[in-house]
Design a protein around this ligand. Structure first.
Ligand code: NAP
Length: 325
């Protein structure tokens, strides 16, 4: 694993992180394998562990906590708060009130079994609360020694600047992949100006870029299926990703590996998190670090995946309204 400094004054962390949400979503859950995956990832040098208090209604933090017991020094734990969800994953709203943020943090510390959270981020800006107040609560937690670094998630350039004016932001967690490049226009340049690291999530675009999706997904949580995986958008998008499949075949790697390798070419301030819930995924993901993309590869990908090439929103409307655009 390779490590590099995140943010202007941040720590050195692994360039690839482990996204833990899927461990709480799988049916049935396999906590033993999830914990073994986190521990194997730590042993392989992935120290960035990404979770949130609402992933599995606290379940996710509990398994991260069990996995890092006795290995706390190896982990850089990143936690989000503020989404309110029902047990059936209906989005109930956001809560960015300062007292709530501090309360959420207390529960997360308890579930994780740690004294301090490495990176703490409100998952979205709550439109009912001035963003400065929400961020100010995290700054208080930093001053109190409960949090080490401030993160933000899914905010645009203006909110990023507002957060940074309250307290230096170490990382912005936001969707970024070959299939989703909206951040390149304005958000990425502002993050670079401010010295904020980028933590891309959904780097495989809900399975579009790994080849896992070949038809419209059927799931008990169909209300969460993004428009880009439905109907005409899906048919169009499957055509676009053929270029990635062909290039991966020619290079002797998988399309998922190629998609993650492309992200790593975007700058040394990019720290993609990959959602993995099985140890068997780790060698493939680590091997991404050995993939090289030459100028011809990059220009072929640029042509196939120019911004806007993938059509359809990345979230259903009732979630998209909270996301950065
Ligand atoms: N800030 C936010 O708003 C936000 C939103 C969504 C997610 N996130 C974070 O981002 C993390 C990742 O998101 P995600 O899980 O939705 O998307 P993802 O990382 O793009 O995809 C995860 C899926 O890809 C599979 N996979 C992993 N490595 C693979 C490989 N080498 N080849 C083929 N398939 C592979 C995984 O399979 P297995 O599960 O079988 O291993 C899993 O099904 C989450 O865990 C969460 O921490 C943040």
């Amino acid at each position: 694993m390779k490590s590099q400094t995140i943010g202007k004054r941040g720590p050195s962390i692994s360039v690839l992180g482990l996204g833990c949400n899927g461990m709480s979503l799988q049916q049935p859950r396999n906590d033993d394998e999830s914990i073994a995956t986190i521990q194997a990832a730590l042993d392989a040098g992935f120290n960035l562990l990404n979770t949130a208090d609402f992933y599995g209604m606290g379940h996710n933090e509990t398994i991260v906590g069990r996995a890092i017991r006795g290995r706390r020094d190896k982990a850089f734990v990143s936690v989000k708060c503020g989404f309110m969800m029902s047990p059936t994953r209906q989005v109930l709203g956001l809560d960015g009130r300062p007292a709530s943020v501090k309360n959420f943090c207390s529960y997360s510390l308890q579930r994780l079994g740690v004294d301090v959270i490495d990176l703490y981020a409100p998952c979205r800006a709550d439109p009912a609360v001035p963003y400065e107040d929400t961020i100010g609560a995290v700054a208080d937690l930093i001053n109190d020694g409960k949090v080490r670094y401030l993160g933000v998630s899914e905010v645009g350039a203006a909110l990023l600047r507002r957060a940074h004016a309250v307290h230096p932001v170490t990382a912005l967690e936001i969707e970024y992949s070959l299939a989703c490049r909206f951040i390149e226009r304005e958000i990425l340049p502002v993050a670079r100006e401010l010295g904020v690291g980028i933590v891309p999530y959904r780097v495989l675009a809900d399975g579009l870029l790994s080849g896992a999706v070949t038809s419209e997904p059927t799931s008990p949580h169909a209300h969460l299926t993004p428009p880009r995986l439905k109907g005409e958008h899906l048919q169009h998008n499957l055509g676009v990703v053929t270029a990635l499949m062909n290039m991966a075949h020619a290079k002797g790697c998988s399309p998922a590996q190629l998609a993650i390798a492309w992200l790593l070419t975007r700058g040394d301030d990019i720290f993609p998190i990959v959602g993995m819930s099985r140890r068997a995924r780790l060698p493939d993901t680590l091997a991404v670090l050995d993939i090289t993309l030459d100028a011809a590869d990059l220009s072929a990908l640029e042509e196939a995946f120019a911004p806007g090439a993938i059509t359809g929103e990345r979230y259903p409307a009732f979630v998209q309204k909270f996301a950065a655009a």
